[in-house]
Design a protein around this ligand. Structure first.
Ligand SMILES: Cc1ncc(COP(=O)(O)O)c(C=O)c1O
Length: 372
């Protein structure tokens, strides 16, 4: 007993422990400490949160009945887990079918599924680019793109957010690179703006560069068929060598990500992308349910769901604007709706306040009139 308490005392006195304490204190003092809110109900437009008595309005939707049914059936037909990475024992017929469906949906040559889009982004750049190449990345790209780029040995250049002049300058600057790749988010979640894909592709053509897009915030609902930013701007998907996206947002909301695009890129990713080679495969129930998601997306119901989402978005953007909030993107902006409070600590405080009693009225006012 004595020995155990000695060990724990020396641990709390160690430099590492003290340094970690400082990190936590720093985040608490800056008001950006992230506490998890525990949901006790299925995900949906209203959820039960531990510590609150009434249900809370929530914008993370999942659990479409057809998707749930498909997941349940797959548990019986294909089991719970694969206990393996894809290339050892982790590929079932449904994983192959899902990849085929995703490619059909996007009109691309081939697809590879990853455990998450973070993994897809972490694996992409290192597998595709070498030290002789250059990657030119929007400065506000998602953390997973930034980390993926850090893992590759290519020359790295950042252009100012959506600034085509600066992008042209960086393309000029990297003229000597063997291959130049422009990397951008399709929709930027923190600002709600959409990458100008026509201009980006024009610059890519002019400078003999290639384009990579992360469509996590657009797949399923941007563009007439929901294929994302390129479709939104009437750019052929052929102009983009690879689209990475997630199954964890509009596409069922579980887990999983994918790279879809040129076949040779997918072939190389299967051989070299480390998160694909060294991380477990997607659970069979998720693979099967995701096939159902793509069936829904391409159906009349999918079209109706997209129309409803855009209608709800206009409604929400209008009411929030009228309530005095700074909502980026205007009334007709995309369904990613950043509400700018201008201060991270204040945003966290507001989230806490909204969970308290006072939020009930606001929530019911807005949700009462949303078309669910
Ligand atoms: C733009 C973007 N890329 C990648 C990811 C990672 O996706 P996943 O949750 O599938 O790892 C996210 C998730 O928030 C995202 O917003």
């Amino acid at each position: 007993m004595q020995a155990t308490s000695d060990v724990s005392q020396s641990w709390t006195k160690s430099t590492l422990y003290q340094e970690l304490q400082k990190i936590l204190q720093g985040t608490r003092q800056s008001g950006t400490y992230k506490a998890e809110r525990v949901i006790t109900s299925p995900q949906g437009s209203k959820v039960q949160v531990q510590g609150t008595s009434s249900s809370v309005l929530n914008f993370c939707l999942a659990n479409h009945p057809k998707v749930l049914e498909s997941a349940k059936l797959a548990l019986d037909s294909h089991g719970f887990g694969m206990a393996s990475v894809r290339f050892i024992c982790g590929t079932q017929d449904i994983h192959k079918e899902l990849e085929k469906r995703i490619a059909e949906f996007h009109g691309t040559e081939d697809t590879i599924v990853f455990p998450s889009c973070f993994d897809a982004n972490a694996g992409f750049f290192e597998a595709i680019l070498g030290p002789e190449d250059a990657v030119i990345s929007d400065e506000l790209n998602h953390a997973s793109i930034i980390d993926g780029i850090r893992l590759c040995k290519a020359q790295r250049l950042r252009y100012k957010h959506l600034d085509m002049e600066d992008l042209a300058g960086k393309l000029e600057q990297s003229r000597n690179a063997r291959v130049r790749l422009i990397a951008t988010d399709g929709v930027f979640s923190m600002d709600g703006d959409i990458a100008p894909m026509q201009e980006i592709c024009k610059l890519a053509d002019k400078y003999d560069a290639f384009v990579f897009v992360d469509e996590c915030h657009s797949t399923g609902f941007l563009g007439k068929r929901g294929t994302g930013t390129a479709e939104h701007w009437n750019v052929s998907s052929d102009r983009i060598i690879c689209i990475n996206s997630t199954l964890g947002k509009a596409l069922g909301g579980a887990t999983g990500g994918f790279s879809t695009g040129k076949k040779i890129i997918v072939d190389v990713l299967r051989q070299k992308a480390r998160p694909y080679l060294f991380s477990n495969t997607l659970a069979p129930s998720v693979a099967s349910a995701s096939i159902t998601v793509f069936q829904i997306l391409s159906s009349v119901e999918g079209q109706q769901l997209r129309e409803k989402l855009w209608k709800n978005t206009v409604h929400f953007r209008t009411l929030m604007g009228q309530a005095g909030f700074d909502v980026r993107g205007g009334v007709n902006g995309p369904p990613i709706v950043p509400v700018m409070l201008g201060d991270a600590a204040l945003a966290s405080q507001m989230a806490d306040e909204m969970l308290k009693e006072s939020c009930k009225n606001t929530c019911s006012n807005i949700s009462g009139s949303l078309d669910r």
